[in-house]
Design a protein around this ligand. Structure first.
Ligand code: G6P
Ligand code: MG
Length: 214
């Protein structure tokens, strides 16, 4: 039977989650607003404008739509500078092994990232060709924790959720996978990702501990 592995990108395939954190923190601090690790965990997997609104809600200033778009653009320019130097060396340990194993075992390989920068990051990592389908974040209105982006990938593969396994580093992402009725592998902190079916501290061990048993 055909199976699919659907990956999140930021914080799973490469450590761009840290660059999102730096860019959001810089923006928040420039507005005199606090931004710490806890905020960072909440924003993982959350789309650009929603993340901005979460940060702005810490203050009392009201911003117009134009001002909000300008702030979001400022964060994104900053983020794009930070990811400008990404190379294949930035692929996290365990990912190439997992992609190779999936291909050798004839699984479908999908990407479900909320980031509109995902195609650029995949290109910089030189792994675009490893993916059979990459969801277009801009075309999916309801972000994580809604299941939509994972269901979009399953639909593209013509597979039921029961044959799909999602890999996520964000609490919102794990919630999205579970809402899609898929098996959820969490990468990171077991307390934060308590909703996952299994949690690994890093993508190392994905093949032996997650993919083979599924
Ligand atoms: C991912 C990241 C978030 C980021 C979102 C939107 O879900 O985990 O931190 O805010 O994508 O990314 P973008 O590159 O489109 O601003
Ligand atoms: Mg992520």
């Amino acid at each position: 039977v055909q199976k699919a592995c659907i990956f999140d990108l930021d914080g799973v395939i490469t450590d761009t989650a840290h660059y999102h954190f730096l860019a959001w923190q810089r923006l928040a601090h420039s507005l005199g607003l606090p931004f710490d690790e806890d905020d960072n965990h909440r924003l993982k997997g959350v789309g650009r404008m929603e993340s901005l609104d979460y940060i702005l809600a810490k203050g009392t200033t009201a911003y117009s739509m134009d001002e909000r778009l300008a702030l979001a653009q400022q964060k994104n320019e900053d983020y794009k500078t930070l990811i400008g130097g990404i190379t294949p060396a930035d692929i996290l340990p365990g990912i190439v092994e997992a992609l190779d194993w999936l291909k050798a075992n004839n699984w479908r390989i999908g990407l479900a990232s909320a980031s509109r920068n995902a195609p650029q990051v995949l290109a910089s990592l030189e792994i675009t060709g490893a993916f059979d389908y990459v969801a277009d974040a801009g075309a999916i209105p309801k972000g994580k924790p809604a299941p939509d982006i994972f269901l979009d990938v399953a639909r593209a593969f013509g597979l039921p959720s029961s044959q799909c396994l999602g890999v996520e580093d964000a609490a919102s992402g794990v919630a999205a996978i579970k809402a899609a009725d898929m098996f959820a592998a969490g990468i990171g902190d077991a307390d934060i990702l308590a909703q996952a079916d299994i949690v690994l501290p890093s993508p190392e061990g994905l093949v032996e501990k997650v993919l083979k048993p599924f």
